[in-house]
Each structure stands twice: as structure tokens, then as C-alpha cells.
Design a protein around this ligand. Structure first.
Ligand code: NAD
Length: 332
């Protein structure tokens, strides 16, 4: 039986990955500061632990039944939407916590590999499109996020700088210590069981929540003029692409995992309002917005993995809206 370690297994993408790995017959250990918030974990073992502590990391890297995991998925990070990562207020925390986790995980894996004289475990890293340079994302209609456009580096947030540093760290451990890696750059992943309230939610979840709470013809608040563009990838498609990437033998990335269906935030509101069957007005207020335009470029992933997104944004929002509407109803 294959085994996997999922770091950040109490979070949105990590908890979905645990479900997927279990459905494929893996033995799975999950690690996080917390259990998944919206459903119970499917992991065989779930360890509540702080991955900023290197001694803890050394312990969780070794499965109880053998000396090595076949695969590690590194999702643990200090993470949030624009209201958390683009205000500047959480920069030190984000950079310190996420970089410490990645430093601890890679060095502990390297030391463990040395002690057993084997480099078997393949590790996945969830990088982010936030590492792309701001100067290529000024025109909302023509952003450039091809993998080779990363340098000269100029991410617009410290979150993006940490993601760039950490993807380089993964490649350095691959080059110098032969650790098998797979490094992706995710573009706005959304769907059921993602954070939808509390300040760390991202645009699709925040808009679904606001539309669900609104009455027909109400107005909801949007940060900025709403003409900033983004693409959003549904969680199931993200998990499928990530699994395909991990199964690939020699392509290590970095590679975009995203959708190329680019919309403005105002269009995202219209799509959500149509699904809700409500007429929704928008009022535009000051708020953190990030870059003016961003879209995934999927040429490389199509070529290397034969993967592409299939679902429309409306299909993904339909599922997400229903889930968030239900969550807000049961929370009342
Ligand atoms: P999430 O916040 O739901 O999950 C991250 C998990 O990491 C949380 O459950 C959190 O408790 C855990 N964690 C944080 N610090 C920890 C620590 N010290 N020890 C143990 N666990 C800790 O976020 P997500 O959306 O599932 O994102 C997963 C990964 O994908 C992150 O690395 C994120 O940066 C990356 N990513 C996500 C997106 C997206 O749109 N969701 C886009 C790009 C990149």
C-alpha cells in the first residue's frame, strides 16, 4: 500500500487531497494546527502539530509502519485572501511562519534520507501565482503569467516573495540533495469547504457569502472598481492536476495549475447573482486588491501533463454558492 503525508491537512486544499488519496487506496497521515473545519478527516492518522517546530517536523516525517512515505504534500502555510495577504499588516507573520515550515520540512527530509541512505520520498509544493512580477500584471486585459516570466522578480506582496523563495528552496534541495520534487503555482483555487468568512476568505467565497446574505436588489460592497481580472480553478480540478503532476516521473515544474477563464470581479458578482436568482447591485469601496490583472497560462501543463481545466467558472460557483448558502443558513 502506498503512503502519503499531507501537511496542512486541516486546510482547504489539504483536506480535499486527503479524501482523494484515501479514495485511491493510500495510507495517509495528516498534520495541521487544527482539524478540518467543515467535515471530519479521512486520514488514517491525524496529528495536531506546529510545523514551525523542527523537532515536531522530524517526528511526523517518519510513518509508524515503515521508514519512509512515498509522497509528501506540503500545503501548510499562513494563507488568506486579499484582506489577509495584501494589507501589509500580516507580512512578518506570513513570511516567518511559511518560510520556517518549508525550511524545516526540507532539511528534516534531507537528514532523514541521509540517515536511511535513500531518496525515495517525492514532495509536492503548493506555490502560488502571487510570485509573478507586478509589472506584467498591470493591464487587466493582457496579464502575462507564463512560467518563464518570473524574472526579474517583482511580486506585489510579501506572501508572493515568500512563495518565490520557497519554490527556489525546493529546487535547491532537489539539485543539491536529490530530493524528488514537484512544484506548482496555483491560481486562485475555490470550492466547497474553503474558508468563507472570518477575514481569510478569497474573492469567490466572499462574493458567494455576500450574495447569499443579500435580498433581491440589495447592494454588496466590492473592493476597488471591480474591473480587476482573475481566473479561478475549482478544487476538484486542482486536485486532479496535482495528482497527475505527482505521478509524472521527470517533470518537476514550476508549472501553473489554474484556469484560463479570466473574468473581472464585477463579472464574478454577476455570475454569482444569476446562480442565486437575485438582482444584485455593487457599491465600490477602498480595499486591498492585489494586481490589476491575472490569468493562468496553461500551455506548459497541457504540453507536459496533458491536463487542462474542464469546468466553467459558473459550474464551480454553482457548487460553491450552494455550499456557502447552506453554511450561512445553519450558522444563523
Ligand atoms: P488553508 O489556509 O486552508 O490551508 C493551510 C493550512 O496550513 C491551514 O489548515 C493551517 O492551519 C495550516 N498551517 C498553517 N501554519 C501551520 C503550522 N505552523 N503548522 C501546521 N499547520 C499549519 O489554505 P489552502 O487554500 O488550502 O492553501 C494550501 C496551500 O496552497 C498554501 O500553501 C497556499 O499558499 C497554497 N495556495 C493556495 C491557493 C488558493 O487559492 N487556495 C493559491 C495559491 C497557493
Amino acid at each position: 500500500m502506498k503512503s502519503a503525508l499531507v501537511l496542512g491537512a486541516g486546510g482547504f486544499i489539504g483536506s480535499h487531497m486527503v479524501k482523494r488519496l484515501k479514495s485511491e487506496g493510500y495510507w495517509v497521515r495528516g498534520v495541521d494546527l487544527k482539524y478540518p473545519e467543515y467535515s471530519s478527516t479521512n486520514a488514517d492518522e491525524f496529528v495536531i502539530a506546529d510545523l514551525r517546530n523542527v523537532e515536531v517536523v522530524k517526528q511526523v516525517l517518519i510513518p509508524s509502519s515503515s521508514l519512509i512515505f512515498d509522497e509528501i504534500y506540503q500545503f501548510a502555510a499562513d494563507m488568506g485572501g486579499a484582506g489577509f495577504v495584501f494589507t501589509g499588516e500580516n507580512d512578518a507573520e506570513i513570511m516567518h511562519n511559511s518560510a520556517t515550515i518549508n525550511l524545516n520540512v526540507l532539511e528534516s527530509l534531507h537528514q532523514h534520507n541521509q540517515s536511511i541512505r535513500l531518496n525515495h520520498t517525492k514532495i509536492f509544493y503548493s506555490g502560488s501565482a502571487c510570485m509573478y512580477p507586478a509589472y506584467n500584471q498591470k493591464d487587466p486585459d493582457n496579464p502575462n503569467c507564463t512560467e518563464d516570466s518570473a524574472y526579474p522578480a517583482e511580486p506585489d506582496s510579501e506572501y508572493g516573495w515568500e512563495k518565490l523563495f520557497s519554490e527556489r528552496l525546493f529546487f535547491a534541495y532537489h539539485r543539491n540533495h536529490n530530493i524528488p520534487v514537484a512544484v506548482a503555482r496555483y491560481h486562485n483555487i475555490f470550492g466547497p469547504e474553503g474558508t468563507w468568512e472570518g477575514g481569510r476568505e478569497k474573492a469567490p467565497a466572499a462574493i458567494c457569502r455576500k450574495v447569499a446574505a443579500a435580498k433581491d436588489t440589495d447592494s454588496i460592497e466590492i473592493w476597488g472598481d471591480g474591473n480587476q481580472t482573475r481566473s479561478f480553478l475549482y478544487i476538484d480540478e486542482c486536485i486532479e492536476a496535482t495528482r497527475r503532476f505527482m505521478m509524472h516521473t521527470d517533470f518537476i515544474g514550476p508549472v501553473n495549475i489554474g484556469s484560463e477563464e479570466m473574468v473581472t470581479i464585477n463579472q464574478l458578482v454577476s455570475i454569482t447573482a444569476d446562480i442565486a436568482g437575485k438582482k444584485i447591485e455593487t457599491s465600490h469601496i477602498d480595499g486591498p486588491q492585489g494586481v490589476r490583472g491575472r490569468n493562468s497560462s496553461n500551455n506548459l501543463i497541457r504540453e507536459k501533463l496533458g491536463w487542462d481545466y474542464k469546468m466553467t467558472l459558473a459550474e464551480g460557483i454553482q457548487n460553491t454558492y450552494e455550499w456557502i448558502r447552506f453554511q450561512s443558513e445553519i450558522g444563523k
